[in-house]
Write a protein that binds this ligand. Sequence first.
Ligand code: SF4
Length: 552
Amino acid sequence: MLVSDTTLSRNYRSVPLLDFLASAPTSSVPNSVYSFLKGPPPGTVDGRAALAPYSLRKLEAALLQKYTRDEVVVAQEDHIEQFVDEDTEIIGVTTMDPLGLGPLTMSYAVFFETAAPAYVQKEFETLLARVNRVRAGKKAKLLVGGPGVWELTVRPEELDKNGIDFAFQGEADDIVVDLFRYLTEEGSENTEFFKGYQTFDDSFHKTWSDNDRFITRYQFSKQFPRLEDIPEITAPSVKGMVEVMRGCGIGCDFCEVTLRPLRYYPPEKVRREIAVNVGAGMGNAWLHSDEFFAYQHGRNFVPNEEALVELMQAVMTTKGIGHTNPTHGRISIPAAYPDLMSKLSASIRSGPENWIGIQVGVETGSDRLAHMHMPNKTLPLKVGPDGTWAEIVWRGTTVLNQYYWRPAFTVQVGQADETPDDNWETVALINRMSNSYLADGRPFEFTITPMQNVPLGLLKSRNFSSLRLNESQLAVYYASYKHLAKIATRNAMNTSHEANPLTKYVTGAVIGIGAWSMFQVVRGICKRRGLDVERAGTYGLHETKLEAPVAQ
Ligand code: SF4
């Protein structure tokens, strides 16, 4: 039986970015507000999840190559009792942020200076407690996997605390059948697996640690599935998500994704997976990648216009699809290639009634940190000859907004070698963008969320309770939440795509009031900690305007 961490299975009232809510501390967001905004659990078909996270659907598809549908169940979280009996061998749980150590969750914890668990952790523990009650006295083993397993490597004692038998780390599409056999058949041969986990040293070099409770691919064997070994989903995924590529290759020094090999899905493969979701009534396709504009890219990460347009056309000509958006992309591409954005926008029919959301890691407003940590993220533009990083971001936002794309930016606080000046440059960028307008008079449309970069060493030593935001870091939070309150108040009533008008209205009201209230709380905390909030809210506004031309 497979089941997801419940924070991954909800649709958060169809409000883009509301998924972030689960990272909030339980002490800061009332349970009633969280419970309403996360939305109801997915529907069921005889207790099975009608929609499940994409990662579970991949594992399900891989297992179905060997087992029957009766033997492989993706359960809806409230129905797991129905599927666990004396014959159940493995209960697999996928998770993204089980202990609340992810950068967004840490950003809330550090800002509020609270040790209260985040909703992500609370929900994970609640689910595992239920799983353990159900499997008590039975042979079923509890296996946890997914991108959040790195957190368990930092705190291995959590395996015992939560009754987890094993944690698997890495991509498993091509080896999950062998993994399940290895875990369930006494004395089965093991040439594929290493009992332990991968981690990184202070220089971000991969190292290996022995541990009988962790399993990962054997160090000297193939580390990732090839494209042809990745099965296609056979049942619908939450939010209509499908993958278009894996890996990135841009090489930002804080990012693990870049270490994975690039694998591009051909458009036909993408279409087949979308068709599965359309079959469940979904007219939306979320195209997952970590850097959409790198799809089949050329030298120096020059975007491949032909491949990108062909992909989008393939998506939009899939019968039943009316809307699509990529999950992540770099801002330097719209900055440098407005014509490409025009063509992509025409393909996907973006417009005032069809905004396209995309998450963009801006990371910083500082040229110095951009050079230091992510020199390739700006390519094919270069910080310096093609303007400052802030100018590139500003220009890219102009182009995105012009074609009705709404970027959801993230910035980092706590990067290695960061100085107060770097943070104030980020504050200036946020304030200037928040007060910018397109040529036709529309205000810039974007959200911005600060992420806390907590070094792995500090997480391992658990000394992060000593983390205190300095003045410039607080200013980044303040400017970000000031802008979020502004845009949430402006757009609250149009944010949700809920079909029910009453639910849509209530959701809009909760978001509008919630964002305003959140900002008042942030403002109060910043003032109490000595931040000059007037300065932080206007810093950079009186400097030269950000409109330097960017080379194409
Ligand atoms: S562009 Fe994004 S996904 Fe790629 S290496 Fe940089 S941070 Fe990671």
